[in-house]
Design a protein around this ligand. Structure first.
Ligand code: CA
Length: 553
Protein backbone atom coordinates (compact mmCIF):
# COMPACT_ATOMS: atom_id res chain seq x y z
CA UNK A 1 0.00 0.00 0.00
CA UNK A 2 2.75 2.41 0.99
CA UNK A 3 4.74 1.50 -2.06
CA UNK A 4 1.72 2.18 -4.22
CA UNK A 5 1.24 5.61 -2.70
CA UNK A 6 4.92 6.43 -3.01
CA UNK A 7 4.94 5.28 -6.60
CA UNK A 8 1.95 7.47 -7.46
CA UNK A 9 3.60 10.41 -5.81
CA UNK A 10 6.74 9.88 -7.86
CA UNK A 11 4.73 9.57 -11.06
CA UNK A 12 2.87 12.74 -10.17
CA UNK A 13 6.13 14.53 -9.53
CA UNK A 14 7.59 13.29 -12.82
CA UNK A 15 4.51 14.47 -14.66
CA UNK A 16 4.78 17.82 -12.93
CA UNK A 17 8.40 18.24 -13.94
CA UNK A 18 7.50 17.19 -17.47
CA UNK A 19 4.77 19.79 -17.60
CA UNK A 20 7.12 22.49 -16.39
CA UNK A 21 9.72 21.68 -19.01
CA UNK A 22 7.17 21.56 -21.81
CA UNK A 23 5.14 24.54 -20.73
CA UNK A 24 7.96 26.89 -19.92
CA UNK A 25 10.47 26.11 -22.64
CA UNK A 26 10.87 28.75 -25.38
CA UNK A 27 10.12 26.11 -28.05
CA UNK A 28 6.53 25.71 -26.93
CA UNK A 29 4.31 28.68 -26.19
CA UNK A 30 6.60 31.51 -25.15
CA UNK A 31 8.23 33.94 -27.57
CA UNK A 32 10.95 36.46 -26.97
CA UNK A 33 9.87 39.96 -27.95
CA UNK A 34 12.36 42.08 -30.00
CA UNK A 35 13.27 43.96 -26.84
CA UNK A 36 14.15 40.72 -25.16
CA UNK A 37 11.17 40.45 -22.80
CA UNK A 38 9.26 37.21 -22.52
CA UNK A 39 5.74 37.31 -23.92
CA UNK A 40 3.04 34.69 -23.84
CA UNK A 41 1.79 34.30 -27.38
CA UNK A 42 -1.53 32.75 -26.41
CA UNK A 43 -3.63 31.73 -23.44
CA UNK A 44 -2.43 28.15 -23.62
CA UNK A 45 0.97 29.12 -22.29
CA UNK A 46 -0.54 30.96 -19.36
CA UNK A 47 -2.80 28.01 -18.65
CA UNK A 48 0.14 25.64 -18.75
CA UNK A 49 2.10 27.80 -16.38
CA UNK A 50 -0.90 27.85 -14.04
CA UNK A 51 -1.09 24.08 -14.27
CA UNK A 52 2.50 23.65 -13.22
CA UNK A 53 2.14 26.22 -10.45
CA UNK A 54 -0.89 24.26 -9.24
CA UNK A 55 0.87 20.93 -9.26
CA UNK A 56 3.82 22.42 -7.40
CA UNK A 57 1.47 22.84 -4.46
CA UNK A 58 1.93 19.11 -3.82
CA UNK A 59 5.15 20.29 -2.19
CA UNK A 60 3.45 23.02 -0.14
CA UNK A 61 4.87 23.07 3.40
CA UNK A 62 3.00 24.34 6.44
CA UNK A 63 2.96 22.91 9.96
CA UNK A 64 0.11 20.46 10.42
CA UNK A 65 -0.88 20.46 6.75
CA UNK A 66 -0.68 17.64 4.21
CA UNK A 67 -1.59 18.38 0.61
CA UNK A 68 -3.02 15.25 -1.03
CA UNK A 69 -3.96 16.56 -4.42
CA UNK A 70 -3.21 19.62 -6.52
CA UNK A 71 -4.68 19.48 -9.98
CA UNK A 72 -5.69 21.98 -12.66
CA UNK A 73 -9.36 21.59 -13.67
CA UNK A 74 -11.77 23.09 -16.15
CA UNK A 75 -14.99 22.15 -14.34
CA UNK A 76 -15.89 22.15 -10.68
CA UNK A 77 -17.26 19.05 -8.99
CA UNK A 78 -20.06 20.49 -6.91
CA UNK A 79 -21.28 18.57 -3.95
CA UNK A 80 -24.67 18.87 -2.32
CA UNK A 81 -24.97 18.45 1.41
CA UNK A 82 -27.84 16.31 2.69
CA UNK A 83 -29.49 19.32 4.27
CA UNK A 84 -28.62 21.90 1.70
CA UNK A 85 -32.28 22.17 0.74
CA UNK A 86 -33.75 22.24 -2.73
CA UNK A 87 -30.93 24.24 -4.24
CA UNK A 88 -30.21 23.88 -7.97
CA UNK A 89 -27.37 21.41 -8.24
CA UNK A 90 -26.65 21.62 -11.93
CA UNK A 91 -22.99 21.03 -12.60
CA UNK A 92 -21.95 23.44 -15.29
CA UNK A 93 -18.60 24.26 -16.85
CA UNK A 94 -16.61 26.58 -14.70
CA UNK A 95 -13.51 28.59 -15.22
CA UNK A 96 -10.07 27.03 -15.23
CA UNK A 97 -8.89 26.58 -11.69
CA UNK A 98 -6.49 24.77 -9.42
CA UNK A 99 -8.05 22.30 -6.99
CA UNK A 100 -6.12 21.49 -3.83
CA UNK A 101 -7.27 18.88 -1.32
CA UNK A 102 -5.56 18.07 1.92
CA UNK A 103 -5.72 17.39 5.63
CA UNK A 104 -5.11 19.77 8.53
CA UNK A 105 -4.00 18.52 11.96
CA UNK A 106 -4.49 14.91 10.78
CA UNK A 107 -8.29 15.12 10.82
CA UNK A 108 -9.68 18.20 9.07
CA UNK A 109 -10.15 17.57 5.36
CA UNK A 110 -10.45 20.56 3.09
CA UNK A 111 -10.76 21.47 -0.56
CA UNK A 112 -9.57 24.75 -2.01
CA UNK A 113 -10.38 25.95 -5.54
CA UNK A 114 -8.30 28.78 -7.04
CA UNK A 115 -9.27 30.23 -10.42
CA UNK A 116 -6.59 31.14 -12.96
CA UNK A 117 -8.27 34.54 -13.34
CA UNK A 118 -8.26 35.52 -9.67
CA UNK A 119 -10.13 38.56 -8.31
CA UNK A 120 -7.72 38.89 -5.37
CA UNK A 121 -10.28 37.60 -2.86
CA UNK A 122 -11.19 34.53 -0.79
CA UNK A 123 -14.70 33.22 -0.10
CA UNK A 124 -15.13 30.21 2.16
CA UNK A 125 -18.33 28.16 2.11
CA UNK A 126 -20.00 26.35 5.01
CA UNK A 127 -21.50 22.88 5.36
CA UNK A 128 -24.92 21.47 6.32
CA UNK A 129 -26.10 19.32 9.22
CA UNK A 130 -23.27 17.53 10.99
CA UNK A 131 -21.23 17.94 7.76
CA UNK A 132 -18.84 14.91 7.64
CA UNK A 133 -17.73 15.33 4.03
CA UNK A 134 -15.97 18.26 2.43
CA UNK A 135 -18.69 20.73 1.60
CA UNK A 136 -18.58 24.23 0.15
CA UNK A 137 -21.96 25.94 0.24
CA UNK A 138 -20.53 28.98 -1.51
CA UNK A 139 -20.34 26.84 -4.64
CA UNK A 140 -23.79 25.30 -4.13
CA UNK A 141 -25.93 28.17 -5.31
CA UNK A 142 -26.87 29.61 -1.90
CA UNK A 143 -26.30 33.09 -3.28
CA UNK A 144 -27.98 34.25 -6.47
CA UNK A 145 -25.79 35.33 -9.35
CA UNK A 146 -22.59 33.69 -10.47
CA UNK A 147 -20.71 31.10 -8.44
CA UNK A 148 -17.67 32.26 -6.48
CA UNK A 149 -15.32 30.63 -8.98
CA UNK A 150 -17.05 32.37 -11.88
CA UNK A 151 -16.61 35.66 -10.03
CA UNK A 152 -12.90 34.98 -9.66
CA UNK A 153 -12.87 33.98 -5.98
CA UNK A 154 -10.59 31.45 -4.44
CA UNK A 155 -13.03 29.31 -2.45
CA UNK A 156 -12.73 26.55 0.15
CA UNK A 157 -14.76 24.10 2.22
CA UNK A 158 -14.13 21.53 4.95
CA UNK A 159 -15.62 18.32 6.38
CA UNK A 160 -15.10 19.91 9.85
CA UNK A 161 -12.83 17.10 11.00
CA UNK A 162 -14.85 13.89 10.84
CA UNK A 163 -16.51 11.53 8.39
CA UNK A 164 -20.25 10.94 8.32
CA UNK A 165 -23.38 11.27 6.21
CA UNK A 166 -24.36 14.68 7.55
CA UNK A 167 -27.15 13.48 9.85
CA UNK A 168 -24.96 11.09 11.85
CA UNK A 169 -23.30 12.37 15.05
CA UNK A 170 -21.86 9.11 16.41
CA UNK A 171 -18.37 10.45 15.61
CA UNK A 172 -18.84 12.96 18.45
CA UNK A 173 -19.21 10.31 21.17
CA UNK A 174 -16.70 11.10 23.94
CA UNK A 175 -14.42 12.86 21.44
CA UNK A 176 -13.72 16.43 22.60
CA UNK A 177 -11.32 17.08 19.71
CA UNK A 178 -13.87 16.08 17.10
CA UNK A 179 -16.51 18.15 18.88
CA UNK A 180 -14.28 21.23 19.02
CA UNK A 181 -13.36 20.89 15.35
CA UNK A 182 -17.03 20.67 14.42
CA UNK A 183 -17.99 23.47 16.80
CA UNK A 184 -15.65 26.16 15.49
CA UNK A 185 -12.03 25.15 15.01
CA UNK A 186 -12.15 23.37 11.63
CA UNK A 187 -13.54 26.38 9.78
CA UNK A 188 -10.95 28.62 11.42
CA UNK A 189 -8.06 26.29 10.58
CA UNK A 190 -9.29 25.78 7.02
CA UNK A 191 -9.49 29.55 6.55
CA UNK A 192 -5.96 30.01 7.90
CA UNK A 193 -4.48 27.26 5.75
CA UNK A 194 -6.42 28.30 2.65
CA UNK A 195 -5.12 31.84 2.97
CA UNK A 196 -1.55 30.53 3.17
CA UNK A 197 -1.95 28.35 0.09
CA UNK A 198 -3.66 31.17 -1.84
CA UNK A 199 -0.83 33.57 -1.04
CA UNK A 200 1.71 30.95 -2.14
CA UNK A 201 -0.11 30.05 -5.36
CA UNK A 202 -0.68 33.61 -6.57
CA UNK A 203 2.43 35.03 -4.89
CA UNK A 204 0.23 37.88 -3.68
CA UNK A 205 -1.73 38.98 -0.64
CA UNK A 206 -5.50 38.59 -0.32
CA UNK A 207 -7.52 41.81 -0.59
CA UNK A 208 -10.70 40.59 1.13
CA UNK A 209 -11.94 37.40 2.80
CA UNK A 210 -15.56 36.30 3.10
CA UNK A 211 -17.65 33.44 4.48
CA UNK A 212 -21.00 32.20 3.20
CA UNK A 213 -23.08 29.46 4.77
CA UNK A 214 -26.62 28.35 5.53
CA UNK A 215 -28.14 26.13 8.23
CA UNK A 216 -25.13 24.61 10.03
CA UNK A 217 -23.12 26.76 7.64
CA UNK A 218 -24.99 29.84 8.88
CA UNK A 219 -24.00 28.83 12.40
CA UNK A 220 -20.39 28.45 11.25
CA UNK A 221 -20.66 31.97 9.84
CA UNK A 222 -21.87 33.45 13.11
CA UNK A 223 -19.49 31.54 15.37
CA UNK A 224 -16.63 32.75 13.15
CA UNK A 225 -17.86 36.33 13.60
CA UNK A 226 -17.93 35.80 17.37
CA UNK A 227 -14.77 33.73 17.99
CA UNK A 228 -12.47 34.58 15.09
CA UNK A 229 -13.37 38.13 14.06
CA UNK A 230 -10.10 38.50 12.11
CA UNK A 231 -10.83 35.58 9.77
CA UNK A 232 -13.38 37.22 7.48
CA UNK A 233 -14.05 40.81 6.40
CA UNK A 234 -17.62 40.00 5.41
CA UNK A 235 -19.94 37.21 6.51
CA UNK A 236 -23.20 35.93 5.03
CA UNK A 237 -25.15 33.80 7.51
CA UNK A 238 -28.30 32.10 6.17
CA UNK A 239 -30.87 30.39 8.44
CA UNK A 240 -28.22 29.71 11.07
CA UNK A 241 -28.17 26.97 13.68
CA UNK A 242 -27.21 29.23 16.62
CA UNK A 243 -28.44 27.59 19.81
CA UNK A 244 -27.92 23.81 19.61
CA UNK A 245 -29.53 22.69 22.88
CA UNK A 246 -32.46 25.05 22.29
CA UNK A 247 -32.97 23.99 18.68
CA UNK A 248 -32.66 20.26 19.32
CA UNK A 249 -34.87 20.41 22.41
CA UNK A 250 -37.53 21.82 20.09
CA UNK A 251 -36.89 18.93 17.71
CA UNK A 252 -37.30 16.38 20.51
CA UNK A 253 -40.46 18.02 21.85
CA UNK A 254 -41.95 18.03 18.35
CA UNK A 255 -41.12 14.34 17.83
CA UNK A 256 -42.55 13.43 21.22
CA UNK A 257 -45.78 15.04 19.99
CA UNK A 258 -45.77 13.66 16.44
CA UNK A 259 -44.34 10.17 17.17
CA UNK A 260 -45.04 9.59 20.89
CA UNK A 261 -43.65 6.06 20.68
CA UNK A 262 -40.15 6.14 19.16
CA UNK A 263 -40.49 2.43 18.43
CA UNK A 264 -43.42 3.12 16.16
CA UNK A 265 -42.40 5.62 13.53
CA UNK A 266 -44.92 4.59 10.90
CA UNK A 267 -47.91 6.84 11.64
CA UNK A 268 -47.43 10.48 12.63
CA UNK A 269 -50.02 12.15 14.83
CA UNK A 270 -50.10 15.11 12.42
CA UNK A 271 -51.37 13.87 9.04
CA UNK A 272 -51.06 15.34 5.59
CA UNK A 273 -54.76 16.20 5.85
CA UNK A 274 -54.02 18.16 9.06
CA UNK A 275 -51.22 20.06 7.42
CA UNK A 276 -53.35 20.91 4.40
CA UNK A 277 -56.17 22.04 6.69
CA UNK A 278 -53.85 24.37 8.62
CA UNK A 279 -52.30 25.74 5.41
CA UNK A 280 -55.73 26.36 3.89
CA UNK A 281 -56.98 28.07 7.05
CA UNK A 282 -53.91 30.30 7.06
CA UNK A 283 -54.47 31.17 3.40
CA UNK A 284 -58.07 32.09 4.13
CA UNK A 285 -57.39 34.12 7.25
CA UNK A 286 -53.96 35.70 6.83
CA UNK A 287 -52.52 35.49 3.32
CA UNK A 288 -54.08 38.79 2.17
CA UNK A 289 -53.13 40.73 5.33
CA UNK A 290 -50.00 41.92 3.49
CA UNK A 291 -52.15 43.14 0.57
CA UNK A 292 -51.48 40.24 -1.81
CA UNK A 293 -53.12 36.79 -1.84
CA UNK A 294 -50.04 34.96 -3.09
CA UNK A 295 -49.86 31.92 -0.83
CA UNK A 296 -47.58 33.31 1.86
CA UNK A 297 -47.51 36.00 4.57
CA UNK A 298 -44.98 38.86 4.51
CA UNK A 299 -44.68 38.78 8.31
CA UNK A 300 -46.38 35.75 9.93
CA UNK A 301 -46.31 37.51 13.30
CA UNK A 302 -49.12 39.75 12.04
CA UNK A 303 -51.41 36.74 11.54
CA UNK A 304 -53.90 36.30 14.41
CA UNK A 305 -54.68 32.63 13.63
CA UNK A 306 -55.07 30.38 16.69
CA UNK A 307 -54.87 26.62 16.01
CA UNK A 308 -57.40 26.07 18.84
CA UNK A 309 -60.00 27.50 16.44
CA UNK A 310 -59.55 24.58 14.01
CA UNK A 311 -62.66 22.38 13.74
CA UNK A 312 -62.45 19.53 16.26
CA UNK A 313 -63.12 15.95 15.16
CA UNK A 314 -66.17 14.39 16.81
CA UNK A 315 -64.67 10.89 16.76
CA UNK A 316 -62.24 9.47 14.26
CA UNK A 317 -59.61 11.71 12.62
CA UNK A 318 -60.73 13.20 9.32
CA UNK A 319 -59.77 15.65 6.60
CA UNK A 320 -61.66 18.71 7.86
CA UNK A 321 -60.88 18.52 11.58
CA UNK A 322 -58.20 17.84 14.18
CA UNK A 323 -58.27 15.52 17.20
CA UNK A 324 -57.09 16.67 20.62
CA UNK A 325 -53.69 15.01 20.20
CA UNK A 326 -53.32 16.45 16.71
CA UNK A 327 -54.11 19.92 18.01
CA UNK A 328 -51.61 19.52 20.84
CA UNK A 329 -48.89 18.46 18.40
CA UNK A 330 -49.61 21.40 16.10
CA UNK A 331 -49.55 23.80 19.05
CA UNK A 332 -46.23 22.33 20.23
CA UNK A 333 -44.58 23.13 16.90
CA UNK A 334 -45.76 26.74 17.01
CA UNK A 335 -45.10 27.30 20.71
CA UNK A 336 -41.54 25.93 20.83
CA UNK A 337 -39.85 23.97 23.60
CA UNK A 338 -40.84 24.87 27.14
CA UNK A 339 -38.64 23.16 29.73
CA UNK A 340 -39.60 23.33 33.39
CA UNK A 341 -41.77 26.34 32.59
CA UNK A 342 -39.00 28.12 30.70
CA UNK A 343 -39.25 28.92 27.00
CA UNK A 344 -35.81 27.68 25.93
CA UNK A 345 -36.17 28.36 22.19
CA UNK A 346 -38.74 30.10 20.00
CA UNK A 347 -41.38 28.07 18.18
CA UNK A 348 -42.00 28.04 14.45
CA UNK A 349 -43.89 30.89 12.80
CA UNK A 350 -46.80 30.13 10.46
CA UNK A 351 -45.65 28.85 7.06
CA UNK A 352 -44.32 25.70 5.43
CA UNK A 353 -47.10 23.46 6.83
CA UNK A 354 -47.99 21.89 3.47
CA UNK A 355 -44.59 22.29 1.75
CA UNK A 356 -42.87 18.97 0.99
CA UNK A 357 -39.54 20.42 2.14
CA UNK A 358 -41.30 22.13 5.06
CA UNK A 359 -43.15 20.37 7.88
CA UNK A 360 -43.19 17.06 6.01
CA UNK A 361 -39.45 16.61 5.48
CA UNK A 362 -38.51 18.13 8.82
CA UNK A 363 -41.26 17.26 11.30
CA UNK A 364 -44.03 14.86 10.29
CA UNK A 365 -42.65 12.55 7.61
CA UNK A 366 -42.93 8.84 8.56
CA UNK A 367 -41.46 6.52 5.98
CA UNK A 368 -39.35 8.51 3.60
CA UNK A 369 -37.47 7.24 0.57
CA UNK A 370 -34.97 10.08 0.88
CA UNK A 371 -33.50 9.38 4.35
CA UNK A 372 -31.60 6.46 5.92
CA UNK A 373 -33.70 3.55 7.25
CA UNK A 374 -35.08 4.30 10.72
CA UNK A 375 -34.97 8.06 10.16
CA UNK A 376 -38.51 9.33 9.65
CA UNK A 377 -37.72 13.03 9.34
CA UNK A 378 -34.96 15.51 10.05
CA UNK A 379 -36.11 16.86 13.42
CA UNK A 380 -36.01 13.25 14.58
CA UNK A 381 -32.60 12.67 13.04
CA UNK A 382 -30.83 15.77 14.31
CA UNK A 383 -32.67 15.82 17.64
CA UNK A 384 -31.97 12.22 18.64
CA UNK A 385 -28.38 12.26 17.35
CA UNK A 386 -27.58 15.44 19.24
CA UNK A 387 -29.10 14.20 22.51
CA UNK A 388 -27.35 10.82 22.16
CA UNK A 389 -23.86 11.95 21.26
CA UNK A 390 -23.46 15.54 22.46
CA UNK A 391 -25.69 15.86 25.53
CA UNK A 392 -25.98 12.40 27.10
CA UNK A 393 -23.01 10.49 25.56
CA UNK A 394 -25.32 7.49 25.34
CA UNK A 395 -26.01 5.78 21.99
CA UNK A 396 -29.04 4.06 23.57
CA UNK A 397 -30.69 7.29 24.68
CA UNK A 398 -34.32 7.61 23.62
CA UNK A 399 -36.90 10.36 23.98
CA UNK A 400 -39.57 7.96 25.28
CA UNK A 401 -40.70 9.32 28.63
CA UNK A 402 -37.97 11.96 28.60
CA UNK A 403 -38.98 15.08 30.53
CA UNK A 404 -35.84 17.24 30.16
CA UNK A 405 -34.70 16.87 33.80
CA UNK A 406 -31.83 19.18 34.82
CA UNK A 407 -31.84 20.44 31.26
CA UNK A 408 -29.91 23.65 31.93
CA UNK A 409 -27.13 21.82 33.80
CA UNK A 410 -26.95 18.99 31.29
CA UNK A 411 -26.62 21.28 28.28
CA UNK A 412 -24.38 23.95 29.77
CA UNK A 413 -21.02 22.68 28.52
CA UNK A 414 -22.19 21.73 25.05
CA UNK A 415 -23.86 25.14 24.72
CA UNK A 416 -20.61 26.86 25.69
CA UNK A 417 -18.78 24.87 23.02
CA UNK A 418 -21.24 24.92 20.13
CA UNK A 419 -23.56 27.89 20.46
CA UNK A 420 -23.15 30.93 18.24
CA UNK A 421 -25.27 33.13 20.47
CA UNK A 422 -22.70 35.61 21.80
CA UNK A 423 -24.35 39.00 21.28
CA UNK A 424 -21.07 40.89 21.56
CA UNK A 425 -19.72 41.52 18.04
CA UNK A 426 -17.51 44.43 19.09
CA UNK A 427 -14.27 42.82 17.91
CA UNK A 428 -15.69 42.26 14.45
CA UNK A 429 -17.11 45.79 14.42
CA UNK A 430 -13.82 47.37 15.49
CA UNK A 431 -11.86 45.77 12.67
CA UNK A 432 -14.47 46.85 10.09
CA UNK A 433 -16.20 43.49 9.61
CA UNK A 434 -19.76 43.24 8.26
CA UNK A 435 -22.44 40.56 8.67
CA UNK A 436 -25.58 39.87 6.66
CA UNK A 437 -28.00 37.46 8.34
CA UNK A 438 -30.96 36.11 6.35
CA UNK A 439 -33.71 33.63 7.15
CA UNK A 440 -36.78 32.24 5.35
CA UNK A 441 -40.05 32.82 7.21
CA UNK A 442 -41.36 29.38 6.12
CA UNK A 443 -38.28 27.52 7.37
CA UNK A 444 -39.42 24.35 9.19
CA UNK A 445 -35.87 23.31 10.07
CA UNK A 446 -34.67 26.31 12.04
CA UNK A 447 -37.15 28.92 13.15
CA UNK A 448 -36.75 32.44 11.78
CA UNK A 449 -37.75 33.66 15.24
CA UNK A 450 -34.40 32.32 16.52
CA UNK A 451 -32.54 34.63 14.13
CA UNK A 452 -34.71 37.57 15.18
CA UNK A 453 -34.02 36.78 18.83
CA UNK A 454 -30.27 36.77 18.24
CA UNK A 455 -30.34 39.88 16.03
CA UNK A 456 -32.26 41.82 18.66
CA UNK A 457 -29.83 40.67 21.36
CA UNK A 458 -26.96 42.21 19.37
CA UNK A 459 -28.95 45.42 18.88
CA UNK A 460 -29.60 45.58 22.61
CA UNK A 461 -25.89 45.23 23.24
CA UNK A 462 -24.97 47.91 20.68
CA UNK A 463 -27.46 50.50 19.47
CA UNK A 464 -25.32 51.12 16.37
CA UNK A 465 -25.30 47.43 15.39
CA UNK A 466 -27.06 48.17 12.09
CA UNK A 467 -23.81 49.80 10.92
CA UNK A 468 -22.19 46.35 10.68
CA UNK A 469 -24.97 43.76 11.16
CA UNK A 470 -28.25 43.47 9.25
CA UNK A 471 -31.04 40.91 9.12
CA UNK A 472 -33.23 40.16 6.10
CA UNK A 473 -36.28 37.94 6.48
CA UNK A 474 -37.56 36.16 3.38
CA UNK A 475 -41.36 35.70 3.18
CA UNK A 476 -42.53 32.28 2.03
CA UNK A 477 -39.00 30.86 1.81
CA UNK A 478 -38.15 27.47 3.30
CA UNK A 479 -34.90 26.20 4.80
CA UNK A 480 -32.06 27.92 2.90
CA UNK A 481 -34.11 27.87 -0.32
CA UNK A 482 -37.43 26.75 -1.78
CA UNK A 483 -41.01 27.45 -0.68
CA UNK A 484 -43.57 29.67 -2.42
CA UNK A 485 -41.62 32.91 -1.87
CA UNK A 486 -38.78 34.32 -3.97
CA UNK A 487 -35.58 32.73 -2.67
CA UNK A 488 -32.76 33.95 -4.90
CA UNK A 489 -30.69 36.93 -3.70
CA UNK A 490 -27.21 37.95 -4.78
CA UNK A 491 -25.84 38.10 -1.26
CA UNK A 492 -22.23 38.00 -2.45
CA UNK A 493 -22.58 41.30 -4.31
CA UNK A 494 -24.38 42.80 -1.30
CA UNK A 495 -21.59 41.92 1.15
CA UNK A 496 -18.88 42.99 -1.32
CA UNK A 497 -20.46 46.44 -1.66
CA UNK A 498 -20.74 46.80 2.10
CA UNK A 499 -17.18 45.70 2.86
CA UNK A 500 -15.35 47.17 -0.11
CA UNK A 501 -17.39 50.30 -0.93
CA UNK A 502 -19.03 50.98 2.45
CA UNK A 503 -22.47 50.73 0.84
CA UNK A 504 -24.69 49.11 3.47
CA UNK A 505 -27.35 46.69 2.21
CA UNK A 506 -30.75 48.33 2.02
CA UNK A 507 -33.62 46.94 -0.06
CA UNK A 508 -32.48 43.71 -1.72
CA UNK A 509 -34.22 42.08 -4.68
CA UNK A 510 -35.25 38.44 -4.22
CA UNK A 511 -36.34 36.50 -7.27
CA UNK A 512 -38.14 33.24 -7.87
CA UNK A 513 -37.23 31.23 -10.93
CA UNK A 514 -39.00 28.33 -12.63
CA UNK A 515 -37.31 25.08 -13.64
CA UNK A 516 -36.00 26.71 -16.81
CA UNK A 517 -34.37 29.44 -14.75
CA UNK A 518 -36.82 32.12 -15.93
CA UNK A 519 -37.68 34.73 -13.29
CA UNK A 520 -41.39 34.49 -12.44
CA UNK A 521 -41.50 36.77 -9.39
CA UNK A 522 -39.39 39.53 -7.87
CA UNK A 523 -39.92 41.06 -4.45
CA UNK A 524 -37.88 43.40 -2.31
CA UNK A 525 -36.42 42.23 1.00
CA UNK A 526 -36.03 44.92 3.63
CA UNK A 527 -33.55 45.31 6.47
CA UNK A 528 -35.23 44.19 9.70
CA UNK A 529 -37.44 45.45 11.29
CA UNK A 530 -38.74 46.87 8.02
CA UNK A 531 -40.79 44.64 5.73
CA UNK A 532 -42.07 44.92 2.15
CA UNK A 533 -45.55 46.42 1.87
CA UNK A 534 -47.59 46.19 -1.34
CA UNK A 535 -48.30 49.65 -2.74
CA UNK A 536 -51.90 48.69 -3.51
CA UNK A 537 -51.54 48.69 -7.27
CA UNK A 538 -49.18 47.31 -9.85
CA UNK A 539 -48.03 43.79 -10.68
CA UNK A 540 -47.37 41.93 -7.41
CA UNK A 541 -44.67 39.89 -9.18
CA UNK A 542 -42.63 43.06 -9.76
CA UNK A 543 -40.48 44.46 -6.98
CA UNK A 544 -41.35 48.10 -7.71
CA UNK A 545 -44.92 47.40 -6.56
CA UNK A 546 -43.62 47.17 -2.98
CA UNK A 547 -42.08 49.59 -0.49
CA UNK A 548 -39.99 48.91 2.58
CA UNK A 549 -41.67 50.20 5.71
CA UNK A 550 -41.06 49.99 9.43
CA UNK A 551 -43.69 48.29 11.59
CA UNK A 552 -46.51 50.63 12.50
CA UNK A 553 -47.14 49.45 16.07
CA1 CA B 1 -49.65 37.28 1.10
Amino acid sequence: MNIGIRFSRIVAFALMVGWMVTACSPESDIDLDPDGTVALDNGAAAASMATSACEQLLDFQLAGVTVNEAVALEVSERQAGPTAGPVPQTVRPEVMHCKVTGVIDSTINFELLMPDDWNGKFLMGGGGGFVGSVENQAQEGLSGGSTPLERGYATAGTDTGHTGDGIDASWALNDPTAQENFAHLAVHRTAEVSKSIIASFYAAGIDYSYFLGCSRGGGQAMISAQRYPEDFDGIIAGAPALDWPGITSGFIRNQQSVFPNPNNLSSPVITMENRNLVAETLRNTCDAIDGVADGFISDPRTCPFDPAELPRCKGEPGPGCVTESQLEAIQTIYSGPIVNGEQVHPGFPFGGESDAAGWDLWITQADPPNLPVGTPNLHYAFGTEFFKYFIHSDPDWTYAGYTFPNWREQTESVAALLNATDSNLASLRDRGGKVILWHGWSDAALTALGSIKYFESVEQQDLSAHEYFRLFLMPGVGHCAGGPGPDRVDWITAIEQWVEDDVAPERQIASKVDEQGTIIMERPLCPYPESAIYDGSGDPNVATSFSCAAPTN
